[in-house]
Design a protein around this ligand. Structure first.
Ligand SMILES: Cc1ncc(COP(=O)(O)O)c(C=O)c1O
Length: 398
């Protein structure tokens, strides 16, 4: 019998392994090139140079210009800065924001915070397929709307949102005089997985995060289109063109730049190779395990995420059983007040307590191999069968 791989990491949407090339390149910035990028001596200038090169690498990856990139501590801060920064800068024009029901908490809770300050927020439905409809946005826009924030790719389902169509809509409204309307997208789950081009999408602001693309945790960026007025959310020195105060972490910023460069060079290969692996995995699961279904649209999605519902199982139980076998996946449900409840994303696509609790997300990465998936495919049916046998709801369907 073949020896199974020891560890199979299929939770790349949660976070990724830092690329060894990235680790290598940043080490000198801790011990030798440790200057403060705001200092004028040579230590400072070397640090600044490295940071500006990283800014260029990030910009190039998303077809922005370097001056449009603001470094942040990650996706959460980028989302907060975008939403609150636009809200505060344009409150005089209106106090309405449009977003979707299945955004990341970084967006949802920023919106909730603004609601507590008197803002009006529309949370759009995403339907069974997990995709926002531009027609709903058109209906929701009022003269008071200053911001539309819709994620590019949903983190649990992997579904791609029609940002370009929304961008076209925003451009048309602006041309008709609605100058204070802005479009933000949280692209934390799309950057490095599908092509992301800020001009083509027509966005004013775009958030990204380093640790989803093989850079360390604690670094990200916000693209702010030239000419967009944004109120800084942290106050201090004149860093990041007065848009984000605080001494920049040069090693982390350099890591983000390098990670963007590597992802840019290997994007097409990732899409093809990982897409094939994912499709093969899904076909095997569907063939080998009865009573399974996929969540979210299966066409309009990123190549590396697969979200399955296993009837008569609990996602938490499945996740733990797989973990014991050395396989890391994540669940779309969590224990809330003693019962297993589906996440807000699954609830938004219409899954309820009964139908949404047996959900697993498999998120493949650039390092995922067929051998690892073979091990999962051998292990998963056994684990599912075992959990169904002890489930009181299993009945005779399997
Ligand atoms: C869609 C989305 N937005 C924002 C974030 C937050 O990014 P960070 O972990 O860098 O704060 C995540 C992380 O899971 C995410 O998936």
């Amino acid at each position: 019998m073949q020896t199974p791989p020891r560890k199979v990491y299929l939770d790349n949407s949660a976070t990724t392994r830092v690329d060894p090339e990235v680790v290598q390149i940043i080490l000198p910035y801790f011990t030798e090139l440790y200057g403060n990028a705001s200092s004028t001596h040579q230590w400072g200038q070397r640090a600044k140079q490295a940071m500006e090169e990283a800014r260029h690498q990030v910009a190039q990856f998303i077809n922005a210009t370097a001056t449009e990139i603001v470094f942040t501590s990650g996706g959460t801060e980028a989302d907060n800065l975008a939403i609150k920064g636009i809200a505060e800068a344009h409150a005089g024009k209106g106090k309405h924001i449009i977003t979707s029901q299945f955004e990341h908490p970084a967006v949802l809770n920023s919106c909730k915070h603004l609601e507590s300050l008197g803002w009006n927020v529309t949370y759009l439905p995403v339907y069974r397929e997990g995709i926002v409809r531009p027609a709903d946005i058109e209906t929701a826009i009022t003269d008071e709307t200053v911001l539309i924030s819709v994620m590019h790719v949903n983190n649990e389902l992997g579904t791609i949102q029609p940002i370009k169509q929304i961008g076209d809509l925003v451009k048309a409204r602006r041309a008709a005089g609605h100058k204070h309307l802005h479009l933000h997208t949280d692209a934390v789950q799309s950057v490095g997985k599908i092509p992301v081009d800020v001009r083509d999408l027509g966005v004013d602001l775009l958030s990204l995060s380093g640790h989803k693309i093989h850079a360390p945790k604690g670094v990200g960026a916000l693209f702010v289109r030239r000419g967009v007025r944004l109120q800084a959310q942290s106050h201090g020195g004149h860093h990041e063109r007065d848009r984000r105060a605080g001494t920049e972490s040069v090693p982390l910023v350099v890591a983000l730049g390098k990670a963007c460069e590597l992802e840019r060079l290997h994007l097409q290969e990732f899409i093809t190779r990982v897409g094939n692996l994912r499709d093969g995995l899904e076909a095997e699961i569907i063939t080998r395990i009865p009573n399974v279904s996929r969540n979210g649209d299966t066409e309009c999605r990123v190549p590396h995420i697969s979200n399955f519902n296993f009837d008569h199982c609990e996602g938490e139980g499945l996740m733990i059983a797989l973990d014991l076998k050395g396989i890391a996946v994540s669940t779309g449900s969590a224990c809330a007040s003693g019962s297993i409840e589906p996440s807000h994303v699954l609830t938004a696509i219409g899954l309820d307590h009964e139908n949404g609790r047996g959900t697993l997300r498999f998120s493949l990465g650039k390092e995922t191999t067929q051998e690892e998936l073979d091990y999962l495919i051998e292990t998963l049916p056994v684990v599912v069968e075992k959990l169904r046998r002890i489930s009181p709801k299993a009945g005779v369907r399997h």
